[in-house]
Ligand binder design. Structure first.
Ligand code: SF4
Ligand code: SF4
Length: 96
């Protein structure tokens, strides 16, 4: 039996799956609590957390102002909706 292996993901060689995306996830900065649950669940590894802009801090909930915000690289997001499913506060909306 062959032994398993871990293949490191090199995004620079990945096809731009965003080209054929049907649904587009959008993070609502007023709802995101910065928990980062969505980041490790994304099968394309295109989500990360970044600092909120001043405008995003303004609209953030009381406990989220100091927390980072989830952002998506749309060049590679394939619109699968996993992120929206796992978000505990439904801060990600899938749009056509
Ligand atoms: S799972 Fe939802 S609340 Fe948590 S970081 Fe992602 S978008 Fe924000
Ligand atoms: S829709 Fe799918 S590919 Fe796009 S950010 Fe969410 S989990 Fe990742």
């Amino acid at each position: 039996m062959e032994k398993g292996a871990i293949i490191n993901h090199d995004q620079t060689k990945a096809p731009k799956t965003g080209d054929w995306r049907y649904m587009k996830p959008e993070v609502d900065a007023s709802k995101c609590i910065g928990c980062s649950t969505c980041v490790p669940h994304c099968p394309e590894a295109v989500m990360e957390m970044r600092k909120r802009s001043e405008a995003e801090v303004e609209i953030s909930g009381k406990f989220a102002k100091e927390k980072d915000l989830a952002v998506i690289d749309y060049e590679y997001c394939k619109g699968c909706g996993v992120c929206a499913q796992v978000c505990p506060v439904k801060a990600i909306i899938m749009k056509k």
